[in-house]
Design a protein around this ligand. Structure first.
Ligand code: SF4
Length: 215
């Protein structure tokens, strides 16, 4: 596995490659971010961004969303994968926000993960992007990049990947690193065709060397 120093060397190179990495889900407030992240599970940010402007225009608050007929919500998000379940979750989530949190999005992980459709990854994104609370959300890109570079063990589960990253990266860089690794995975170290031949990390990437040797 990469040492702390080598991990930060790799992440520093990713920062240089993607200096403007940020959350690509369109949102204007914590409520919209929370709903967008719930909708993004097993779906692309692009598909979520296509649907959310009309959704948020129709239901701009937890109150409006909680009162919306479920069929209407489904219609507005039906281009997003798993839309039936997600419609139920975001409506129930809005209801819970009203009933238990005074219509506000809570700021702690413990509270966030009690909401329908919200797991640890979603909670971490909301904490980091809506409230600036240090957190590393491990999505498919963060996990793949961490494993290919051997920042974490190949057989690590999502929680272990998160723990390893938190141990190796200074807390004040968690949110920035999360976004940067997502950009690096989404646009460079792609799942199917990673750009190893032009990758500035190839010199330290065992997997990249194996991929290059097999070409
Ligand atoms: Fe990803 Fe290839 Fe770069 Fe390794 S060398 S980080 S596998 S793109």
């Amino acid at each position: 596995m990469l040492s702390k120093e080598k991990t930060m060397e790799a992440i520093g190179i990713m920062y240089d490659m993607f200096p403007d990495a940020e959350c690509e889900l369109r949102h204007q407030n914590p409520f919209e971010l929370l709903i967008a992240v719930i909708l993004s599970a097993q779906a692309t940010d692009v598909s979520v961004n296509k649907a959310t402007p009309a959704l948020f225009e129709a239901y701009p608050t937890p109150e409006a969303l909680s009162q919306a007929p479920i069929e209407e919500i489904m219609t507005k998000i039906k281009t997003i994968g798993l839309y039936r379940n997600k419609a139920k979750n975001i409506k129930a989530c809005a209801e819970q926000l009203l009933e238990r949190f005074n219509g506000e999005v809570p700021k702690t992980r413990e509270e966030l993960i009690t909401l329908p459709g919200v797991g640890r990854k979603t909670a971490n994104v909301v904490m980091g992007d809506a409230f600036g609370v240090p957190a590393i959300a491990v999505d498919t890109h963060v996990e793949r990049v961490s494993k290919r570079l051997r920042i974490c063990k190949l057989n690590a589960n999502v929680s272990e990947v998160e723990e390893t990253l938190m141990r190796k990266i200074p807390k004040e860089l968690w949110v920035k690193t999360h976004h940067t690794m997502i950009f690096f995975g989404r646009y460079h170290c792609l799942a199917r065709n990673p750009k190893c031949d032009i990758c500035p990390l190839l010199y330290m990437c065992q997997e990249g060397k194996t991929i290059m040797n097999s070409k």
